[in-house]
Design a protein around this ligand. Structure first.
Ligand code: C2G
Length: 130
């Protein structure tokens, strides 16, 4: 079984997130999504509208997602890959090169982002603070 993993906040879920998850899942037989906790989001300088519990609940309902785990720190990826027998690590290419250190443990693939949509754009278009 080819296992894939990806990471993110996935706030105000939109087509760009879904397309990333769909393409990631298509690379293997199982997709684990590590969703940023509210505390880690603060570390990332992000404030998600939707709580960690609700973002987890939503992700678990997506047909392309097989398992959802918490992302609590920048430093957990190697352990996650090893402990979960991951074959492929996937991120959008806004992260191009940032996780190449994982190449010692698994394949690393950066997928093209979906243009024209982002959580920040949604908030801006709705006139709410980012
Ligand atoms: N994404 C995309 N197209 C968009 C928006 C997002 O392909 N229009 C992808 C991002 O590249 C990322 C995933 O969807 O791979 C989740 O995006 P975010 O929720 O913004 O995640 P981010 O804040 O980048 O967190 O340790 C990694 C971080 O947790 C990534």
């Amino acid at each position: 079984m080819t296992k894939v993993i990806t990471y993110g906040t996935f706030d105000l879920l939109h087509k760009g997130h879904i397309r990333l998850l769909k393409r990631a899942r298509a690379l293997g037989d199982h997709l684990t999504v590590c969703v940023s906790t509210d505390e880690f989001n603060a570390e990332k300088g992000k404030h998600a509208y939707t709580s960690y519990e609700d973002r987890k609940y939503i992700l678990e309902a997506i047909r392309y997602v097989d398992e959802v785990l918490p992302e609590k720190s920048w430093d957990q990826k190697i352990k996650d890959v090893v402990d979960n027998d991951i074959d492929i690590f996937v991120m959008g290419d806004d992260w191009q090169g940032k996780f190449d250190f994982l190449k010692d443990y698994c394949e690393v693939i950066y997928l093209p982002r979906t243009e024209g949509i982002s959580t920040s754009k949604i908030k801006k278009d709705l006139g709410v603070p980012d």
